[in-house]
Design a binder for this molecule. Structure first.
Ligand code: C5P
Ligand code: MG
Length: 212
């Protein structure tokens, strides 16, 4: 059994003593990015947003994935895992080279294949911070954000699709980690400062403390 676990993870790029990874999941508009920014300031995490990395890659001149990413994002679909994992792995390598090894990986894994492949090839996560939020609250936040974000998916049609993808494709990932007791749930419907207190309590309960 031990042997099996060892061989399964032996090709991961980063071992558990090299990096510490926390996944941050929650529906679109749950406030993942907002909370991650707060955590970066106080805890010294490196914040990697899978969505931000994809948007950056999409607008990189001559990217072979530009159109694929643009189409998936607008349709609220999940981009093929190898693209997103490649971007995350590169970003992690750059940070590790600078001695920054504590990661918050936001908006990832959004699909079972991403979860399995990342933990096999890149690193095993400590746990997943799951931001729980009613759909009507998320909808309100996204429509508000859409007034200024310039995002192609902050419109009612894309938002509806993103909600469906979240329930059908991303929630199974949360359920999977839950079976391994690797999910920490945070209530996210209140204002960002109140939510942040909940997040900090949740981290402290899991032994994560302020900047090292
Ligand atoms: O997290 P964010 O809302 O920025 O993600 C925007 C879009 O990027 C998602 O709706 C999806 O199309 C794509 N994405 C993905 N896989 C991820 C994260 C984001 O395909 N892990
Ligand atoms: Mg975000």
């Amino acid at each position: 059994m031990v042997q099996q676990t060892k061989s399964k993870y032996k090709k991961a790029a980063f071992g558990p003593n090299e990096v510490s990874v926390i996944f941050v999941l929650g529906g679109p508009g749950a406030g993942k990015g907002t909370q991650c920014e707060k955590l970066v300031n106080e805890y010294g995490f490196v914040h990697l947003s899978a969505g931000d990395l994809l948007r950056e890659e999409q607008s990189r001149p001559n990217s072979q994935y530009g159109k694929l990413i643009a189409d998936c994002i607008k349709a609220g679909d999940i981009v093929p895992q190898e693209v997103t994992i490649g971007l995350l792995k590169n970003a992690m390598k750059e940070s590790v080279a600078k001695g920054k090894t504590r990661f918050l990986i936001d908006g990832f894994p959004r699909k079972m294949d991403q979860a399995l492949k990342f933990e096999e090839d890149v690193a095993v996560s400590k746990f997943t911070l799951f931001f729980e939020c009613p759909e009507e609250v998320m909808l309100k936040r996204l429509l508000k954000r859409g007034e200024t974000s310039g995002r192609t998916d902050d419109n009612i049609e894309s938002i509806r699709k993103r909600f469906v993808t979240f329930i059908e494709t991303s929630m199974p990932v949360v359920d999977y980690f839950e079976t391994q007791d690797r999910v920490v749930v945070v209530d996210c419907k209140q204002d960002p400062d109140v939510v942040y207190d909940n997040v900090k309590d949740a981290l402290h309960a899991r032994g994560i403390h302020l900047k090292q």
